[in-house]
Write a protein that binds this ligand. Structure first.
Ligand code: AKG
Length: 237
């Protein structure tokens, strides 16, 4: 029997998650038509991806229900607290390793499971794990990085939904060159695919402007979960 959390297109995306098909991923036409090219890399910005009332409900529920943690990071050999709060959710048994630490997913919160389904359908890619970042004000931020961990495969497909305060998101080529910025609005979707992680870095800079809180949900696909999803799809067939 299919589980309530089952996401669409399982067979198709399990196949897609091979390196060759991930390299050829391209967003569906409907999403391209709703979106705007970022202007650098293989990235698409889709304003108003979520209806305003849905975005507001999601914001309030997740602020209230998530198990927020302050990550401890090692920077230049010193332990520091990350300037943001974080939570991880996904399908049972999934985990994701970054900055040298394995983060097992907590089982989806209902509003995040619903969002994962909506994003997977729109993007035509099966996401099974999400990193949720909570920026309490303009002094919370995320530094330059690429989501290029081996767990995500050769050419990761990543989808980030923003709710709450608008924040600037910047992208720059790894090899040097000017950065390009775009304001990520309430209810928007930012899609990254292809060589975006290999060739570029991105960040969410600090700002002195007085700002309210913002959440971002960065959906990913981890191969361990795709393996277990593949067997559960076979069992339910
Ligand atoms: O908060 C954002 O929009 C950026 C999130 C991000 O870069 C990440 O999760 O890797």
């Amino acid at each position: 029997m299919a589980r309530e959390s089952a996401l669409p297109n399982i067979d198709r995306v399990v196949t897609q998650h091979t390196i060759i098909t991930a390299m050829t991923y391209s967003p569906p036409t409907a999403l391209r038509q709703a979106g705007r090219e970022f202007g650098i890399g293989e990235m698409l910005y889709v304003p108003g991806f979520l209806a305003p009332e849905k975005a507001e409900g999601l914001f309030a529920e997740v602020i209230d229900q998530a198990n927020w943690e302050t990550e401890r990071l090692v920077m230049f050999g010193r332990h520091v607290q990350a300037p943001r709060l974080t939570a991880w959710y996904g399908e049972p048994g999934t985990s994701y390793r970054y900055s040298g630490v394995v983060r097992p997913a907590q089982d989806w919160l209902p509003p995040i499971r619903c969002l994962a389904k909506q994003v997977s359908e729109a993007v035509a890619w099966r996401f099974n794990y999400v990193l949720v970042n909570r920026y309490r004000d303009g002094s919370d931020m995320l530094g330059w990085h690429a989501d290029d961990e081996a767990d995500l495969g050769e050419a990761p497909v990543l989808a980030a939904v923003s709710v709450g305060a608008e924040r600037m998101f910047r992208v720059r080529p790894r090899g040097g060159g000017a950065s390009v910025g775009r304001t990520l609005g309430h209810g928007s979707l930012l899609l990254m695919w292809g060589n975006s992680q290999r060739d570029y870095k991105h960040c969410l800079p600090r700002t002195r402007r007085p700002l309210g809180e913002r959440l971002s949900f960065t959906f990913r696909s981890t191969p361990s979960a795709l393996d277990s999803a593949s067997s559960s799809a076979a069992e339910s067939a």
